[in-house]
Ligand binder design. Structure first.
Ligand code: GRF
Length: 205
């Protein structure tokens, strides 16, 4: 059973899918800690409702991302965390935490990376850009986290067709639904040792 920490900033629907998948045993692991960069995140309530320890670390309380990440490292200390899942976590992590947890930090992004990723590409902005580009497909990507935004090796992706009448909102809804399946699958594979250090790039559907 792996020990998982989930980092959040918002509503936490992906956190919920990971919690549910641990409960059913689909993920052979336990979420032992949820860290939020936002004290008002609904994700914190989800964690509390499930008896999961929480912590809040606010970026602006720290000078730079290394100090911010050092505070997070302090919280992780002694907790024997095997995997950190970023799930709607809106802060960039410093090199210190990325080095200490090398290839043990993963993220989910609501598009098919390397397209529609990078600084400023989050939330509805991603789906607006996809619609504007007239891309035939969007989807979601689980990838390892490195020091650049949305950049580390791809672990799994799931494609979603963009229909002519899709709006950013309808596309977001379709992609999020797939995220809730893809993230638990990727975490399960990680727990079972089925993902290489350079990613997996397994295309789902
Ligand atoms: C998801 O779309 C995820 O891909 C992105 O942030 C959003 C988080 O949503 N990184 P939620 O907080 O899990 O509901």
């Amino acid at each position: 059973m792996i020990r998982i920490a989930v980092f959040v900033s918002g509503s936490g629907t992906n956190l919920q899918s990971l919690i549910d998948s641990c409960k059913t045993g689909f993920i052979p692991g336990n979420i032992v800690l949820v860290i939020s960069s936002n004290p008002g995140a609904y994700a914190l309530r989800r964690a509390e409702k499930n008896g999961i320890e929480t912590a809040v670390v606010v970026r602006k309380d720290f000078g730079d991302k290394e100090n911010f990440s050092a505070a997070i490292l302090e919280i992780l200390k002694g907790k024997d965390i095997n995997l950190i899942c970023l799930a709607g976590f809106l802060q960039q992590l410093g090199g210190n935490i990325i080095r200490e947890y090398e290839r043990r930090i993963i993220n989910i992004h609501p598009a098919l990376l390397p397209d529609f990723g990078g600084r400023g590409m989050y939330g509805m902005r991603v789906h607006e850009a996809v619609i504007k580009s007239k891309a035939e497909y969007s989807g979601c990507t689980v990838h390892y986290v490195d020091e650049e935004y949305d950049h580390g090796p791809v672990i799994m992706q799931k494609r979603v067709a963009v229909e002519e009448n899709d709006t950013p909102e309808t596309l977001a809804e379709k992609v999020l639904k797939e995220e809730h399946k893809l993230y638990p699958e990727a975490v399960r594979k990680f727990a079972l040792g089925q993902i290489g250090l350079s990613g997996g790039a397994a295309e789902k559907g």
